[in-house]
Design a protein around this ligand. Structure first.
Ligand code: IVH
Length: 674
């Protein structure tokens, strides 16, 4: 047993040292963080059982990786420690109980801060002037990056103090700057960075500081050394006063329950934040207690990092298939060996388009890192090139539609590849799915499976067939089909009949005209006011009048004109909703009869911060249903901003631009929700 553990221990030491070097020194991770943590925890478990295996070289005894040779070395006055990790509430309970015991106290306040995913840095000021900056290195000795830090805009070069002071914090790249940088690198044919952390690392540790200057990095401060302060809360305020950027999303918590709520809030907000975070740091707020507890070898005892469940995982691409969208767009999809990411089993991930596959050189059989963030469809981040088999070959994008076999088509300058056969069965099924979806006709009981079944049987071939289903059921006798009981057929007819009344905006949206999503359909409906005016405009060939609508541009008008140039599409419209000669199957009501108010018509609004009564997604839908356009960034066009708790830089920007800011409560009042 011992021999086996010894062997595994030495294997883990080798593996972890290699991965850690790839991560810290070459900025090119070859396994996911979660996989690394798993191996690392396995190492700790073995060492707990057999302490005689612990050597100076074990990754458990080292902070980060040793420095590279090129930079001048800097010895830290105070060791730059790492943080212990917690993965669940039990770990947090254990941590809090330990702190309480060490401090001999019943209750402890913790300052909670986002765990920024970047590189820690130390900056020293003498007589208020920035004189030296360094990386963490191995915790004792770091690299001199003074010239590089000086190029970061939000690092104050002077601060209003006289004594010597050390500021510690994280160097990161904001998500938006990361995307811009990668776009530029792609254009220049350079290797793109896997994530903002790698981009920050690759940009900071440049011997030529002018390269750092050309990349937009940011510094977020979280600690001051050399000043007698009493609380972490005070530190954050002081840092702001000195002109440093600090995270806005922080909270002083008085109980484990309150802390958990904040952790959950940050987790739900994670994808909306401007920067990547991978957890929440819990810090004992009172410095006298911090001192009392002291440090373990690698970690301070007063703080812990509660990591978010992994969002990335490593798996294998079993196949690459093509998905046909309702407008014929082809999306390549990676079929994966199923893998658990933060409690969700993922077996497919989008590859976006042909260019993406080529750019990242993704191949069938590759080991890859996938990412699942919030409600976003899982995506393939990058292949692990050193794990690729020798006989692997690049993926050849098929020339024909996987459904109807017709030749695929790519318009110049466009990235999308299309199947242009409008009778392609896959497209028709997707169109039907869209037609009955929640925001369109909202027909319950017609999910993907049922639509496919009815389509394959030839029972529903077009939109209007749905409304003849009940009448024709004498022949179809759906209730006798497998999986369809009498009750479910009855319920389906009831929901189809309920859907026969539809507002004009939903009606237009349901047709699946390219670029006519919810907002554009609504603007169009509002412009025409009623179905007959809309129909006349189509019949009179005067849809170009839509150019008068703020928010509808030429390319959208082209799309709707092209759509109705196809005779079949006008016929569909008339079969559905009728014209002066024919009664339709559905009744399109005027937009004014909409169940929602219209108080936000023509306004562009932006949400920021954490909302407490409703989710961000709900708020967005409510706002849109009331006529607003919801944008994710502030500009001069923004009508007003709804600021929740801990609103960050967007709020600042709105204030600078003099844009009106309202609270969540005021917003709910506006849309008559309270
Ligand atoms: S406090 C004892 N606060 O996480 C070191 N660290 O895994 C405690 N980090 O080296 C530093 N966000 O690079 C602190 N709000 C935050 C942080 C943070 C990110 C990093 C830092 C540290 C690493 C430990």
């Amino acid at each position: 047993m011992f021999e086996e553990k010894k062997r595994r221990h030495s294997e883990l030491v080798k593996l972890l040292s290699k991965y850690s070097k790839q991560y810290y020194i070459f900025d090119t991770p070859t396994i996911s963080d979660a996989e690394y943590d798993k191996l690392y925890n396995e190492l700790l478990t073995i060492e707990a059982e057999y302490p005689q295996l612990i050597t100076k070289n074990s990754p458990s005894q080292k902070v980060g990786a040793k420095t590279t040779i090129n930079f001048k070395k800097v010895t830290h006055q105070d060791k730059m420690l790492s943080l212990e990790n917690a993965y669940n509430e039990q770990d947090i309970s254990d941590f809090i109980n330990r702190v309480k015991k060490l401090c001999n106290k019943e209750q402890i306040d913790f300052m909670l801060e986002p765990k920024l995913d970047g590189l820690s840095a130390s900056i020293i000021y003498k007589n208020g002037i920035l004189v030296q900056a360094s990386t963490r290195g191995d915790g004792n000795i770091g690299e001199d990056i003074t010239q590089n830090i000086l190029t970061i805009n939000n690092v104050p070069k002077k601060i209003p103090i006289n004594n010597e002071l050390e500021i510690r914090g994280e160097v990161i790249m904001l998500k938006k700057d990361f995307e811009l940088l990668n776009k530029l690198r792609e254009k220049n044919g350079e290797k793109i960075f896997a994530n903002p952390r790698n981009a920050a690392a690759g940009s900071l540790r440049q011997l030529d500081a002018s390269i750092t200057a050309s990349r937009k990095l940011s510094f977020f401060a979280y600690a001051i050394l050399g000043e007698d302060l009493l609380y972490q809360e005070e530190v954050l305020k002081k840092l702001e006063n000195y002109g440093f950027t600090v995270s806005k999303e922080v909270k002083l918590c008085h109980s484990q329950k309150e802390a958990l709520q904040f952790y959950k809030k940050l987790e739900s907000l994670r994808s909306d934040l401007e920067y990547d975070i991978d957890g929440v740091v819990y810090k004992t707020n009172d410095f006298s207690l911090q001192k009392l507890m002291g440090n373990a070898t690698k970690y301070p005892r007063h703080s812990i990092a509660y990591k978010f469940p992994a969002q990335q995982a490593e798996t294998t691409i079993l196949n690459i298939t093509l998905q046909v969208g309702r407008t014929g767009n082809i999306t390549p999809v990676a079929e994966l060996k199923p893998v658990n990411i933060g409690g969700v089993i993922v077996s497919r991930a989008t590859l976006h388009n042909k260019d993406e596959i080529e750019k990242k050189d993704i191949r069938i059989g590759d080991r890859i890192i996938i990412q699942r963030a919030g409600d976003v469809i899982p995506q393939v981040l990058y292949p692990l090139l050193n794990r690729r088999s020798k006989d692997s070959t690049p993926f050849i994008f098929p020339k024909n539609c996987p459904c109807c076999g017709s030749e695929l088509f790519k318009e110049q300058k466009e990235v999308a590849i299309k199947c242009i056969n409008s009778n392609c069965p896959a497209q028709l099924v997707e169109k039907l799915k869209h037609f009955v979806s929640r925001q369109a006709f909202n027909i319950e009981g017609l999910g993907e499976q049922n639509i496919k079944f009815l389509f394959d049987k030839g029972i529903i071939k077009s939109f209007v067939d749905i409304f003849y289903l009940e009448e024709k059921n004498e022949i179809f006798k759906l209730e006798n089909e497998e999986g369809w009981g009498k009750q479910s057929v009855y319920n389906l007819f009831a929901s189809i009949n309920k859907a026969r009344n539809i507002t004009l905006d939903r009606f237009i949206y349901s047709l699946g005209i390219p670029q006519f999503g919810k907002t554009t359909s609504r603007l169009t409906a509002k412009f025409f006011g009623n179905y007959h005016r809309f129909l006349n405009s189509i019949k009179n060939n005067s849809l170009s009048e839509l150019i008068n609508v703020n928010g509808i541009g030429e390319s959208m008008i082209k799309d709707i004109q092209n759509f109705f140039e196809i005779k079949n599409n006008i016929n569909t419209l008339i079969n559905l909703a009728g014209d002066e000669n024919k009664t339709g199957q559905v009744y399109v009501t005027d937009i004014e009869n909409n169940q929602y108010g219209n108080n936000l018509a023509n306004l562009t609004i932006v949400f920021t911060g954490i909302l407490s009564n409703i989710s961000r997604e709900q708020a967005k839908i409510l706002a849109e249903n009331n006529g607003a356009k919801v944008s994710s960034s502030i500009s001069k066009k923004t009508s007003f901003v709804i600021a929740g708790d801990n609103a960050g830089q967007k709020l600042q920007k709105a204030q600078n631009l003099g844009i009106k800011i309202i609270s969540e409560e005021e917003f709910l009042k506006l849309i008559e929700r309270t």
